[in-house]
Every structure is written in structure tokens, then in C-alpha cells.
Write a protein that binds this ligand. Structure first.
Ligand code: ATP
Ligand code: MG
Length: 215
């Protein structure tokens, strides 16, 4: 990125991804508590952020209260990340680590699982901040479906989740670390703490902040 802050200590952008019920939200809050306990500045974010106007449109779509064309909802999810980009960058540069529950990978995996072209899906995500670490909570779709049962939201169906898993696989890059999310929650938490602390240390040493899908 062109601004002169490359090389300065900063917070880490850590993204948790995985199928519905893989354990992202449970692990994100445990991770936040752990990081704060280490004396680090950290915040928990999630996408979609249902608090914004765009987020409310997404929320209504997810709960089947409204219908939207597949490309339209894809772009709304992306817009919901763009509306937080400036704040995200300033938090990271001021030294706060962000634990983000779902990000662009969810956006692309879900929309491409519906049949949209994967490169088209990546387009509007380009220029958002690239995570320093994507922790992928890996669980077979059948096993995830057994956990507490799916609720009534739009994507919570086994056959669709199987397609999402296949599309997530196409998105793995060097920032990804896969964690076996079938392990007991405490073991998953332990593995996450290790990879996240490594990542936080690298960012404190000035790892450059780069943009998504432009490397
Ligand atoms: N490792 C695990 N072993 C067994 N059960 C787990 C594990 N991780 C999470 N669970 C349980 O699975 C359920 C879903 O967890 P959680 O809400 O954290 O998943 P999620 O990935 O955030 O799901 P969603 O994508 O639907 O928001 C919860 O009941 C949680 O207690
Ligand atoms: Mg969740």
C-alpha cells in the first residue's frame, strides 16, 4: 500500500471462516478474552454488520423477509465490508488487533456456491484489506448440521453448505491456516491462540498491510 506506514507496528487482521456452525462465533469471543488478558488491544467484529442500513437489508434477506437477486445481495455484502474499511484500517494502524467473524471469503464462497462466477464474486472485494491470517474452522457439513440444528436462516441447509465447503476450498491462499473444528472446543481454542499470537507478533514487527486479491 502506498502510504508511508509500511513497516510500523500495528494490530493484526485475523479472520475466522468456516461453514455455518463450525464454531466461529464461540471461538471469536474466547480469543478476544485471551488477547485482552495478554494486555493487547483487540476488538471483535463480524460480517455482515447488521447495524448499518446496508446490514439491515442483508439481515432481512437472510431471515427470508425479502428477496434479492443473487448479484444484488452479493454486492450488498461487499458494500457492508467497504463501509467499515476506513475504520478497519485506522484501528489496525493504531495497534488494535481485529478478530473478524466472517469476511470476504464467506461472501465469495456463498455467492459462488449459488452458481455465480468466482472471479466475478471476487471483483468487488478487491481493495479491501487483506487479512494477516484466515483461520479456517474445518468441519464436515454433516457434522456441522448436527450441532444444535440449523435455524431458519436462508443458507442453513445441508446440501447448500456442502457446496459452500467446495467453494471455500478454492479460496485457500498463503494466509490460511486450517484448524480441525471437530476437536473439542478447548483444543480448537488452544490451536487458535497459537497461530493468532504468531500473527500478532509479526504485525507488531511491522508486517505490511496489503489489499485483498491484488498480490
Ligand atoms: N469444537 C466444537 N465441538 C462441538 N460443538 C461445538 C464446537 N464448536 C462449536 N460448537 C457448538 O456448535 C454450535 C455453533 O457454534 P457457533 O455459533 O460458534 O458457530 P458459528 O460458526 O458461529 O455458526 P454460524 O455460522 O451459524 O454463525 C454451538 O452450539 C457451539 O456450542
Ligand atoms: Mg456465528
Amino acid at each position: 500500500m502506498e502510504n508511508g506506514a509500511t513497516g510500523s507496528p500495528r494490530g493484526a487482521l485475523v479472520v475466522l471462516e468456516g461453514l455455518d456452525r463450525s464454531g466461529k462465533t464461540s471461538q471469536a469471543s474466547g480469543l478476544l478474552t485471551y488477547l485482552e488478558g495478554q494486555g493487547l488491544s483487540a476488538e471483535l467484529w463480524r460480517f455482515p454488520d447488521r447495524n448499518t442500513c446496508v446490514g439491515q437489508m442483508i439481515s432481512s434477506y437472510l431471515s427470508n423477509e425479502s428477496e434479492l437477486d443473487d448479484r444484488t445481495i452479493h454486492l450488498l455484502f461487499s458494500a457492508n465490508r467497504w463501509e467499515k474499511r476506513t475504520l478497519m484500517e485506522s484501528k489496525l494502524r493504531s495497534g488494535t488487533t481485529l478478530i473478524v467473524d466472517r469476511y470476504s471469503y464467506s461472501g465469495v464462497a456463498f455467492s459462488s456456491a449459488k452458481g455465480l462466477d468466482i472471479e466475478w464474486c471476487k471483483g468487488p472485494e478487491k481493495g479491501l484489506l487483506a487479512p494477516d491470517l484466515v483461520a479456517y474452522l474445518d468441519v464436515p457439513p454433516e457434522k456441522a448440521a448436527e450441532r444444535g440444528g440449523y435455524g431458519g436462516e436462508r443458507y442453513e441447509q445441508l446440501e447448500f453448505q456442502k457446496k459452500v465447503a467446495q467453494h471455500y476450498e478454492m479460496l485457500h491462499d498463503l494466509t490460511w491456516k486450517t484448524v480441525d473444528a471437530c476437536l473439542p472446543m478447548e483444543e480448537v481454542a488452544k490451536q487458535l491462540r497459537e497461530i493468532v499470537m504468531d500473527c500478532v507478533a509479526n504485525c507488531q514487527k511491522g508486517k505490511p498491510l496489503v489489499e485483498l486479491w491484488q498480490r
